[in-house]
Design a protein around this ligand. Sequence first.
Ligand SMILES: Nc1nc2c(ncn2[C@@H]2O[C@H](COP(=O)(O)OP(=O)(O)OP(=O)(O)O)[C@@H](O)[C@H]2O)c(=O)[nH]1
Length: 341
Amino acid sequence: MRIPVIILSGFLGSGKTTLLLSILKESTERGLHPGVVMNELGKRDVDGYILQEHTGARVEKLLDGCVCCSRKEELAGALVQLLKRSPDAIYIELTGVANPEEIIRTLEAAPLREQVMLHSAITVLDAENALEYNSRFSADKQLVRTLHKQLTAAHLIVVNKSDLVEPDTLWRIEKIVRKHNNEAELVFTHYSEINLTPLLAGILPRNRSAASPQRAYQTFKSGALRKTSHEEGAVAVKEPQEEPAASYSQVTAITLTFPPGKGWSLTKEQLEQFFAEWDGSLLRAKGHVRLPQEDAVQLVQYAGLRTLWEDSRYPGQPYVVFIGMNLNEALLTERWSALFT
Ligand SMILES: Nc1nc2c(ncn2[C@@H]2O[C@H](COP(=O)(O)OP(=O)(O)OP(=O)(O)O)[C@@H](O)[C@H]2O)c(=O)[nH]1
């Protein structure tokens, strides 16, 4: 029996991990034991730690590059290892700059095609920023192409962060999405909250499964069931197959650490000010920091020009991962060091 795979893609900070968290919680309630693969552009595993902290899930981490291009060969190996543990399903969260079509191809090729099947490809969009992507990233043609691929490959498109925009923006996003993909189910969400019943339909604990898992047909919003045009068990791969191109050219991830003995020395305001200084090039920042005004370690998330703080139990040394377009590493490191002098 082939193991169903759910792929989560979508630009940096759109809400993929938020969605994966709720899929994992629902899976636990259903008695499922999924395998989770998390790919991060940076060297630190921020999202994997969040998942482990909130759900106890064991997460396979592929760090420091993108498994759709620069680290493509690592994904198949990681999945083969994971399959040895006989998971009921596999959930793969991609980096924000990954092309999901390449992942689908990997699933379709040896050695995986006999063992796994694509259950659903989901793309999450950040409603507050999605309309700006084409103009903001026009200098990185590969990235613009990748963002289009994220739309065309999806069976389900989750337009998230709808709390941050006016209804008119949602209509404009729907119009653009439909130019790229007229068949995917489209839902507007707050904190990636979707109806998980249709998504997980057909995924059963392996010792109870009577039939092969079915493709997740769409009932994410009310209305009649609507099939995708892909045949059952087939994938959204477009012919002819091309060589995998890099999915971006100007995005880099840089990890900043705190000098020894200075782990508690930055305030929230200083960090937020630091993010703001880089907002022309900074796309995403996330990390675990200690603040003089908080007892608990703080998970800091900068996404779409907003900074969010949450208590965390992260036990390690503080750090912040910066992901941006054409980030000048030397200058970034120099300014970071200056904060501690
Ligand atoms: N206001 C608002 N914030 C949200 C919503 N969904 C997620 N967030 C916040 O946005 C930030 C990024 O969410 P994630 O789920 O980590 O996004 P992601 O796509 O996994 O991010 P990367 O993996 O780094 O690309 C977090 O601080 C979330 O709490 C939403 O619907 N509204």
